[in-house]
Ligand binder design. Structure first.
Ligand code: XMP
Length: 538
C-alpha cells in the first residue's frame, strides 16, 4: 500500500499479507518490535505486485475463514515459490501448506486458546534456544495433516499433528498457532528467529534511523514550498510538526487554535515548551471567547461537538488564509520583489492504523473528525504531508523522543478534540470550565505522583454541572456540584475497563478536590466498562 521507496525501512521490508482477521496489525507491530520494518498488504494484492516490492520476507497472517470455505481468501502459489522467505501463521500456515502440496483437513478437533505444543524433530530454526514444551495460543478448526514435500514437521499439539513445519533450503516456515499474541510464551522469539535465522535479515529499523529517513523524505517531498500544520497539543500533530520542522525549518508555520477547552497547562505546553524544544514558527489564535459564545446555551453533546468542529475549521481556515496571503508573491502584485514560495502543503498526523483501517494507502486517509481540515474551501487547496503514516502510536512516541519533543507531550494520554466541552454535562461556561480545569489538574497531579500515568489509558474528570447535592464544608451546608472520575484501562479505546485505582490514591484525589475546589462537594467514581458505557460521558 505505501510504496516501499517512500517508507523509512532501514533497508529490509517484511510484507504481512492480511487474510482478514485482526491479527495482521499485531504481526506488523511485532516485526517492528524486532527492529525490522513491516508493511501490511491485502491478500487481494496480486503476487506480482507483492514481489515487485522486493520484500526481504513475507508473513501470511491468520484469518477467520476455513481454507475450504467458499470464497476463502486465496494464496497465489507464486508467493511461496518465488524464493522469498515465508512464514505462514494459522490460516496463512494452512493456505501455504495447500499451495505447496500438503494436506489440510477438517479434523473435527477444534483448538481454541492456550494449548501445549511439543517442539519435535531436529534442531530447528524457528524454535532455536527455546524449550521443547511451550504454551501457545491456538484458534483453528482445520488442521494440516500432511506437511508439503521437503518440509520437516517441527511441532505438534494434541489437535494438530503438524503444528509447525520448516524447510531451511527454500526458507519456508509455518506455525499453526499465533506467535504474535502474548499468550504464546515464545511467540516473539519465533518471529525473531524467522526474521533473523530464517530470512537472514539484520534488524536495523530503529527510531533514530526512522526519524532521519522520514526527515529526508519530507525534505524531498516539500522542496522549497511552504507548509502549514495545525497543532492540537496531542502527540500525533506535535511529532509530525517537529519532524517537518527538522526537515524544512522555517518553511513551516504551525497554527494553534486555543479554543479555551484545554486542560490546565496544556496551551502553555504548546506555546512555550513545544516551541522552545523544537523552534517551530507558531501562530497562536486566541479563540476562547469565540468558542464560548458559540457554545452559550447549548447542552446537547452532539450539537456541542458540531459547533466546536465548525468553529475550529473556521478559525483554522482564517489563520491559513492569513499565512497564505502573507507569503503570496509581492512580485505578482507589482511589488517588484522576488516571489515567495507558495504555501502548498498541510501536515496531518495520520498514523498507520488510520491508513490500514481506511482501506489502503493510495489516497488520503480519513482525516480525524474534529481536526478535520479537509473541509477547507477550494481556494485553499493543500496537498497533504503525512510523515507518520507508516508508524504505530508507540513508534510515533519513540520518534517524538528522538526529535526532542517534550515528554509531557510525547506521553500525553488521549484527549478528545472537543476537549473539556464534552466533559461538562450541561452548558459550557467560563466558570464551569475553570472548576473542571482545577479538579482535573488535581486528579492528574495525583495520578502522576502515584506513578500511574502509563498504567491507565486516560482518566476523564467530568463535571455534572446541572446536578447539585448537599454537603458540609467548613461550618456550613453547601449545595455544590459532583465530579466523576472515569479512569479506564484500554488497548485501543474500542473497549475499556474501569481501572481499579488504589484506594489511597482515590482518597487523596477526592479530599484534595473537595478541599481545593470550593464549588465541588462530591467526588464519585465511574465503575462501568465499555461497552456498555463509553469512555467520555458525552
Ligand atoms: P468514547 O467516549 O467513544 O471515546 O468511548 C473513545 C476515545 O475517543 C475519544 N473521544 C474523542 N476524540 N473527538 C476526539 O477527537 C471526539 O469527539 C471524541 N469523543 C471521544 C475519547 O477521549 C476516548 O479516548
Amino acid at each position: 500500500m505505501i510504496p516501499t521507496s517512500q517508507a523509512a525501512t532501514g533497508g529490509d521490508t517484511v510484507l504481512v499479507v492480511d487474510f482478514g482477521a485482526q491479527y495482521a496489525q499485531l504481526i506488523a507491530r511485532r516485526v517492528r518490535e524486532a527492529d525490522v520494518y513491516s508493511e501490511i498488504v491485502p491478500h487481494t494484492m496480486p503476487a506480482a505486485e507483492m514481489l515487485a516490492k522486493q520484500p526481504a520476507a513475507i508473513i501470511l497472517s491468520g484469518g477467520p475463514a476455513s481454507v475450504y470455505a467458499e470464497g476463502a481468501p486465496a494464496l497465489e502459489e507464486a508467493v511461496v515459490t518465488a524464493g522469498v522467505p515465508v512464514l505462514g501463521i494459522c490460516y496463512g500456515f494452512q493456505a501455504m501448506a495447500r499451495a505447496l502440496g500438503g494436506t489440510v483437513e477438517r479434523t473435527g478437533g477444534r483448538e481454541y486458546g492456550q494449548t501445549d505444543a511439543t517442539v519435535a524433530g531436529p534442531p530447528t530454526t524457528l524454535f532455536a534456544d527455546q524449550p521443547d514444551q511451550q504454551v501457545v495460543w491456538m484458534s483453528h478448526g482445520d488442521a494440516v495433516t500432511a506437511a508439503p514435500e521437503g518440509c520437516v514437521v517441527t511441532a505438534r499439539t494434541p489437535g494438530a499433528p503438524v503444528a509447525a513445519f520448516e524447510d531451511d533450503e527454500r526458507r519456508l516456515y509455518g506455525v499453526q498457532w499465533h506467535p504474535e499474541v502474548l499468550h504464546s510464551a515464545f511467540g516473539q522469539q519465533v518471529l525473531v528467529n524467522f526474521l533473523t535465522r530464517g530470512a537472514g535479515i539484520t534488524p536495523a529499523w530503529t527510531s533514530s534511523n526512522v526519524a532521519q529517513d522520514l526527515i529526508a523524505q519530507v525534505r524531498e517531498q516539500v522542496g522549497e514550498d511552504r507548509v502549514i500544520c495545525g497543532l492540537s497539543g496531542g502527540v500525533d500533530s506535535s511529532v509530525a510538526a517537529a519532524l517537518v520542522q527538522q526537515a524544512v525549518g522555517d518553511q513551516l508555520t504551525c497554527v494553534f487554535v486555543d479554543h479555551g477547552l484545554l486542560r490546565e497547562g496544556e496551551a502553555e505546553q504548546v506555546e512555550d515548551d513545544f516551541v522552545a524544544a523544537t523552534g517551530v514558527d507558531l501562530v497562536v489564535v486566541d479563540a476562547k471567547e469565540r468558542f464560548l459564545s458559540a457554545l452559550a446555551g447549548v447542552t446537547d453533546p452532539e450539537t456541542k461537538r458540531k459547533i466546536i468542529g465548525r468553529e475550529f475549521i473556521r478559525v483554522f481556515e482564517q489563520a491559513a488564509r492569513d499565512i497564505v496571503r502573507a507569503h503570496q508573491s509581492e512580485a505578482g502584485d507589482g511589488g517588484g520583489q522576488e516571489a515567495d514560495h507558495p504555501v502548498r502543503w498541510l501536515v496531518q498526523g495520520t498514523l498507520y492504523p488510520d491508513v490500514v483501517e481506511s482501506g489502503g494507502g493510495t489516497g488520503a486517509a480519513n482525516i480525524k473528525s474534529h481536526h478535520n481540515v479537509g473541509g477547507l474551501p477550494e481556494d485553499l487547496e493543500f496537498a497533504l504531508v503525512e510523515p507518520l503514516r507508516t508508524l504505530f502510536k508507540d513508534e510515533v512516541r519513540q520518534v517524538g523522543l528522538e526529535l526532542g519533543v517534550p515528554e509531557g507531550i510525547v506521553w500525553r494520554q488521549p484527549f478528545p478534540g472537543p476537549g473539556l466541552g464534552i466533559r461538562i454535562i450541561g452548558e459550557v461556561t467560563a466558570d464551569r470550565l475553570e472548576i473542571l480545569r482545577r479538579a482535573d489538574a488535581i486528579a492528574r497531579e495525583e495520578l502522576t505522583a502515584a506513578g500511574l500515568d502509563r498504567d491507565i489509558w486516560q482518566c476523564p474528570v467530568v463535571l455534572l454541572a446541572d446536578v447539585r447535592s448537599v454537603g458540609v464544608q467548613g461550618d456550613g451546608r453547601t449545595y455544590g456540584h459532583p465530579v466523576v472520575l472515569r479512569p479506564v484501562s484500554s488497548e485501543d479505546a474500542m473497549t475499556a475497563d474501569w481501572t481499579r485505582l488504589p484506594y489511597d490514591v482515590l482518597a487523596r484525589i477526592s479530599s484534595r478536590i473537595t478541599n481545593e475546589v470550593e464549588e465541588v462537594n462530591r467526588v464519585t467514581l465511574d465503575v462501568t466498562s465499555k461497552p456498555p458505557g463509553t469512555i467520555e460521558w458525552e
